[in-house]
Design a protein. Structure first.
Length: 478
C-alpha cells in the first residue's frame, strides 16, 4: 500500500537517481584514485633513493634496501637522473613486470579501463610504473606533458594491494552515496508531503465528501491563499463545487415544477378533449353565428391539445427507448409526403439519397425527426424540399434543404431551446428540441447549416452501419 503513494514512489526514484549519479562520478574517481596511488609510490620511491646520497660510499646494505622497499610498498625502484646517472633499489630476486604504465602521458580512457581491470581481475600482476619525479618544490607535469629535464623514477608494484585499496575506496564511495541518497530522498519526501501530498489528500477528501452530499454547503472546499498550481486547483474546485451545487438546486426546483406541469397538462388535456367533443356539436348548430365561430374555436382547442401533447412528450425522463433496425433511407423519405397532407403543387419533395444507403436506427423515431423537419419547412412557406445523404467515413450525413423564407434571428439563436425556439406565433419550440434529443439518442447530431431568405438547411448525422449490416439491410428490403 505504501508503494502506491506518490511520495513513496518519488522517494525510491530519488534514491535510484542519486545512486546513478554517484556511479557516473565513481568511474572517473576510481581512475583518479589509481593514478594518485601510482604517483604516491613514485614519490616514495624517489625519496627512498635519496638514502644513497646519505651513504658515505654510495652503497646501501641489502637489509636497508629491503626495509626501504617495504616502506615504499614496491618490489624495486629505479631512479634515472637528468644527467644520465641511475640509482636502483632491488630485492635479491626482483620479479619480472607483467604490464607497464607510463604516467608521463596520462590517458583517462586507458586509466578507467585499467582501474576496472584491476578491480575485477583475479591474478596478482606485477606493474611497472614510471613517471617524472623531482624535488617537492618543482611543479607537477601538466596532463599529456612530461617535465622537461626532470628525473624519472620506475617502481615495480604488486597489483593485489592496489586492488584492495580500490575496493576499500569503492566501498567508501558506496556508503557515502547511500547516505547522500537517503538524506536527499528524505528531504524530497518531506517537501512533497508538505507541498503536494497533503494538499492533494485534502482536495481528494473534499471531492469525495462533495460526491456523497453535494447539496450540503459545508462540503465546499475552503481554498488556501497559495499562488501555485495547488492553490489554483483549490480555488477552481471551490468554484466548481459551488456551481454544481447551484445547478443541482435549480435542477431540483425545475424537476418539481416539471412534475407539477405534467400533472396540470394531463388534466388540462382531458378537459380540452371534452371541450373538443362539445365544439364538434356546435358545427351542426342552427345558428349561423355559432357555425361561423365553431371552426376557429376548434382550431384553438386543437392547438392547445397539441401543446399539451408536446409538453408531455418533452417532460418524459430521458429519450424514449429505441428499437434499432437496418433500414434504407430513401424508402423512409418516400413515406413523408402522404403524411404532410399537402398536394405536390404546394410542396415538391426531392429525394437525392442513393437507394442502397442504409442506416441502423429506430424507424419510427427517425421518421418522426424527418417529418418534424418537413412540417417546419411547410410552415416556413417552402414549396420545395430536398433530402440528400452521403457516407462520410464512419458516419452518414443527411441534409434537408427547403426554399422557404428562412428563420428569423431570434429563432436561430434559440433554435434547440424548448419553449424558446419557435419560428411561428403560438409555437412551443419543442419540435426541434425533441428531434435533436432523438438524434442524439441514436449517437448522431442535428444542427442548422444555414438559414436565409433563400431557404433553410439542416444537417443530420448518424453512425454508419458496418458493411455486413449494410448487406443484411439490402437483403431484407429486396
Amino acid at each position: 500500500m505504501l508503494l502506491k503513494s506518490l511520495s513513496a514512489r518519488l522517494l525510491i526514484l530519488t534514491v535510484f537517481f542519486v545512486m546513478v549519479s554517484e556511479v557516473l562520478i565513481f568511474v572517473p574517481s576510481v581512475a583518479r584514485y589509481r593514478m594518485t596511488y601510482f604517483e604516491n609510490r613514485l614519490a616514495a620511491g624517489y625519496l627512498a633513493t635519496l638514502a644513497f646520497e646519505a651513504s658515505p660510499d654510495g652503497r646501501l646494505d641489502q637489509g636497508l634496501i629491503d626495509e626501504l622497499l617495504a616502506r615504499v610498498g614496491a618490489q624495486g625502484v629505479v631512479l634515472r637522473r637528468a644527467d644520465g646517472t641511475m640509482l636502483s633499489l632491488d630485492r635479491i630476486q626482483p620479479p619480472r613486470p607483467d604490464f607497464t604504465i607510463d604516467l608521463a602521458h596520462p590517458d583517462i580512457v586507458l586509466a578507467i579501463r585499467g582501474s576496472f581491470r584491476t578491480l575485477f581481475g583475479a591474478g596478482d600482476r606485477v606493474l611497472r610504473v614510471l613517471g617524472p619525479v623531482g624535488p617537492l618544490s618543482n611543479p607537477p607535469p601538466l596532463a599529456g606533458e612530461g617535465r622537461v629535464g626532470a628525473d624519472t623514477a620506475e617502481v615495480l608494484l604488486e597489483e593485489r594491494p592496489l586492488r584492495q585499496e580500490l575496493w576499500n575506496f569503492g566501498i567508501r564511495i558506496l556508503e557515502l552515496s547511500l547516505v547522500i541518497s537517503l538524506v536527499t530522498a528524505a528531504l524530497v519526501y518531506l517537501s512533497l508531503q508538505w507541498l503536494l501530498v497533503r494538499p492533494m489528500r485534502r482536495i481528494t477528501a473534499s471531492m469525495v465528501e462533495f460526491r456523497d452530499d453535494p447539496e450540503k454547503t459545508s462540503r465546499v472546499i475552503a481554498a488556501s491563499r497559495r499562488s501555485d498550481e495547488i492553490g489554483v486547483t483549490e480555488r477552481e474546485l471551490a468554484i466548481l463545487q459551488k456551481t454544481v451545487r447551484q445547478a443541482l438546486a435549480q435542477r431540483a426546483r425545475l424537476a418539481a415544477l416539471g412534475t407539477a406541469v405534467t400533472k396540470i397538462n394531463h388534466d388540462l388535456r382531458n378537459i380540452l378533449a371534452t371541450a373538443r367533443l362539445v365544439t364538434d356539436g356546435l358545427t351542426a348548430s342552427a345558428a349561423p353565428e355559432v357555425r361561423r365561430v365553431a371552426p376557429r374555436l376548434i382550431d384553438a382547442i386543437d392547438r392547445a391539445i397539441a401543446l399539451c401533447t408536446s409538453t408531455l412528450d418533452f417532460s418524459r425522463e430521458g429519450a424514449p427507448p429505441l428499437a434499432p433496425s437496418r433500414l434504407l433511407l430513401a424508402a423512409l423519405i418516400d413515406e413523408i409526403g402522404p403524411e404532410l397532407a399537402v398536394s405536390q403543387a404546394d410542396l415538391a419533395i426531392e429525394c437525392a439519397i442513393p437507394p442502397d444507403l442504409a442506416v441502423s436506427a429506430d424507424r419510427d423515431q427517425l421518421y418522426r425527426v424527418f417529418l418534424n423537419l418537413a412540417r417546419n419547412a411547410v410552415e416556413a412557406g417552402a414549396h420545395r424540399l430536398r433530402f440528400s445523404a452521403a457516407r462520410e467515413g464512419g458516419t452518414i450525413a443527411v441534409e434537408i434543404a427547403d426554399d422557404g423564407h428562412g428563420l428569423p434571428p431570434k429563432a436561430r439563436e434559440n433554435l434547440f431551446r424548448p419553449f424558446f425556439g419557435s419560428a411561428r406565433p403560438g409555437g412551443s419550440g419543442l419540435g426541434l428540441a425533441i428531434a435533436r434529443e432523438l438524434v442524439r439518442a441514436h449517437g448522431g447530431e442535428l444542427s442548422l447549416v444555414s438559414s436565409a431568405g433563400a431557404g433553410t438547411v439542416f444537417r443530420l448525422t448518424l453512425p454508419a452501419p458496418a458493411a455486413r449490416e449494410l448487406s443484411r439491410a439490402r437483403a431484407s428490403m429486396s
